[in-house]
Design a protein around this ligand. Structure first.
Ligand SMILES: *Cc1c(COP(=O)(O)O)cnc(C)c1O
Length: 431
């Protein structure tokens, strides 16, 4: 199996960089998310270079929903990234991680007035998702007497090959303004007080393993950008969203590289903006591609049961990694303490949650499992911890980050007290 660059096998143990993951699990306990910062930085540089070799005015906005840990966002901020944020919470995380407001795009199809006020006060760009939102934003900005720069999110009505729950550019999704209505939306923005349209935004979906849909999206965007320019909008940026997939099936998936992505998208973009006579910045919003492979989830085998199948019952379930249960996703698993042993038995890695669907990986050929073995679940840096919960009364695990010979906690594990800390007993139950 082709491992992510930060992983290697030494003396039978799986390592991340210079760190033996068996030792890290012993030191910090399990379950444990381990993130390798250098892998994130390498991925950022690679993505950025692939695009900027075609066009100098490129900006990467990390999709903060993929991984909301401050240390991850800060690593990317220090590398020069901005962020695509989808809530006031993510906006604050990005600012606290050190990102500049003008590097943030506040996206979202259902913002509150408080969200809009925060956007105006902090001076981020807003991706406006409806005419109703435009008018609310204009009112908030007028009240505060502060101009706000906006983009509209275009719904490009594109079919994309991915899981239906993460195809976001279909005509029928809740996201964006139909391309046919986009001109009148920009006209409305030109007319609205305290609002300046400066960009155009779309995002067609996630975990897309084919570059052609991105090229089609870029073509739609460039065409609409030309029309919008003609009615007097001065476009400073075109943002074609995120969505480049990663090869979760490391044995078989063929995933496009950022270079292939750039080679498919940039010529279309460049031709389109030339026709339109504009030279806006080119923005992209990768989430998964930057962070997924940087992280492993370490989980300990509590018990082994040979029943209808062989189950290795581990201490992490869909409370910590919901992707297999939610999207039928595949993650590679490696026995971190037996990493050089050949596969001997079909093993199903089952979580501790009281639901049949709590299976992290089914029927994998692994070394014979024993109680105490350590399973590494690969490529869990995106939509892993970020989608975790306390379901079934399970405190969330810690997250640690490694860099060189250092390994530090970037989120402490929750305790049983944390489970109760936001709850209250009503007065009548105390009488
Ligand atoms: C989720 C999302 C992204 C990132 O998608 P990835 O597949 O993680 O690259 C980017 N932009 C928007 C608007 C999103 O909703």
């Amino acid at each position: 199996m082709q491992l992510p660059n930060h992983l290697s096998i030494k003396d039978g143990h799986l390592n991340s960089g210079t760190h033996d993951l068996v030792d890290l699990a012993a030191k910090f306990g399990t379950p444990l998310y381990v993130t390798n910062e250098d892998q994130i930085l390498d991925n950022y540089v690679r993505y950025e270079s692939a695009l900027s070799s075609w066009y100098p005015h490129v900006r990467l906005l990390f999709a903060a929903k993929a991984n909301g840990n401050l240390a991850v966002i800060r690593a990317l901020a220090r590398a020069g990234a901005g962020a695509d944020v989808f809530s006031s919470g993510e906006l604050n995380l990005a600012l606290r991680a050190g990102m500049k407001p003008d590097r943030l795009l506040f996206n979202g199809s259902s913002k509150t007035v408080a969200d809009l006020r925060l956007a105006v006060e902090t001076g981020v760009r807003v991706s406006v998702d409806s005419l109703d939102e435009l008018h609310q934003l204009s009112k908030v900005a007028s009240d505060l007497k502060k101009t706000i720069s906006i983009a509209f999110r275009v719904n490009p009505a594109l079919e994309v090959p991915t899981h239906p729950k993460i195809a976001t550019g279909l005509a029928t999704t809740k996201f964006g303004i139909p391309a046919a209505e986009i001109l009148s939306a920009y006209q409305a923005a030109l007319d609205a007080p305290y609002v300046v349209p400066v960009g155009m935004h779309c995002h067609i979906g996630s975990q897309i393993l084919d570059v052609e849909p991105f090229a089609r999206a870029a073509a739609v965007m460039a065409k609409v950008a030309g029309e919008v320019t003609d009615i007097g909008v001065d476009l400073e940026f075109l943002d074609i969203g995120g969505g480049l997939g990663v090869p979760y099936h490391r044995e078989t998936d063929v995933a496009p590289t950022p270079e292939e992505y750039a080679a498919a998208v940039m010529p279309v973009f460049l031709e389109g903006i030339e026709k339109a006579g504009i030279s806006p910045e080119f923005w992209v919003e990768p989430g998964r591609w930057l962070v997924a492979e940087s992280t492993v989830l370490l989980t300990r085998v509590n018990s082994v049961k040979r029943a209808y199948k062989t189950f290795a019952n581990v201490d992490a379930g869909f409370n910590l990694l919901i992707r297999p249960a939610m999207y039928d996703s595949w993650h590679e698993v490696i026995m971190a303490n037996k990493a050089d042993m050949p596969g001997k038995e079909q093993v199903t890695i089952a979580g501790p949650i009281c639901e049949t669907g709590d299976i992290i990986a089914a029927d994998r050929l692994l070394p014979v499992p024993e109680t105490g073995d350590l399973i590494a679940v690969l490529d869990t840096g995106a939509y892993g911890f970020a989608m975790s919960s306390q379901y079934n009364g399970r405190p969330r695990s810690p997250e640690i980050m490694v860099k060189g010979d250092r390994a530090e906690v970037i989120r402490r594990g929750e305790t049983i007290d944390d489970l109760c800390s936001t709850m209250a007993i009503p007065s009548w139950q105390q009488e």
